[in-house]
Design a protein around this ligand. Sequence first.
Ligand code: 6MZ
Length: 362
Amino acid sequence: MEWWVSMPKIELHAHLNGSIRDSTLLELARVLGEKGAIVFSDVEHVIMKNDRSLGEVFKLFDLIHILTTDHKTVTRITKEVVEDFASENVVYLELRTTPKKNDSIGMSKQSYMEAVIEGLRAVTAVDIDFVPHKINTQDSLNSIAMNDACDGTRRKKTYVRLLLSIDRRETTEAAIETVKLALEMRGLGVVGIDLSGNPDVGEWNTFLPALKFAQEQGLYITLHCGEVPNRQEVQPMLDFLPQRIGHAIFFEEEEWRQLKTSKIPVEICLTSNIKTESISSIDIHHFVDLYNAKHPLVLCTDDAGVFSTSLSNEYKLASTAFGLGKREMFELARNGIEFIFAGDDVKQYLVGAFDSAAKKLN
Ligand code: 6MZ
């Protein structure tokens, strides 16, 4: 197995409906095609298209949502997405999704999220830890050591935590409803809020009341920030002091300075930025500047399905494009532990898992 696959990894920026297998999407489209709800051949080439502008990506999401938004399918895709990440040694996954309402099929934001949690419970390929509970650190470390001693027999364990996304098309009231739901579902692995959706739509002030409320209530917050040029937004977003931001592409000089001073960790999604042509070529990606400045960074997939990538592939890509070796990439992955939206007990477990993997790194 290649080192970028076998090494433990942490995924902090993955959208559920962007991470679906093509084979599943095609199967769902075929079924809807047979029912006459869509024309399969029209949809097939949209799903299989490889390069899309950012605007086209959001049109694709509207299509994906038509295919996936029923309780049974939401459960299925959650299970598959988590199993896919676990199979490439993602030891900690923060999965984000936009709770959806669809009265015609009796779906509320809450029942959508219950279907997601059902999907986590349905995972059988690995042990999933998604409900926050006090971990006995010594027992965890013993179990890592024991598993190392009898390699091959251990069941893999993946931590999963959930972030509820506010879509930029939503109203203030809808965004507040999502935050309230996140608070109600805290005991079920929901740890924070993400602001995402088409960056050309909506205004920061619309979401601010909901985000402030989330912040006051102690939920973790990550914002898509600077995915398109928007002078009105980047600075207020940085002033808000979210725990992390995603992308950080279109920043002005002063905004870079503010970001670096604030030390807000950045979720970097290389393939997504290149495929949407937000960045024209990987060698000018801001990863390099932030990495050299030792700014907190974490490599992520964004939408592994839509962009035909995987977290392992993102590590391989960064290693090749920026001339970083296996050890540097391992350190980069391990540094991500500091920015996860989970408690010290989970962090300590992950440190143990990385330490144990480091012994096998040659
Ligand atoms: C901004 C994105 C995104 O929530 O239905 N999403 N938002 N920028 C991106 N970069 C390409 N990729 C995905 O997953 C799909 C939703 O995630 C957001 C969009 O709102 C998209 O509809 P869920 O599970």
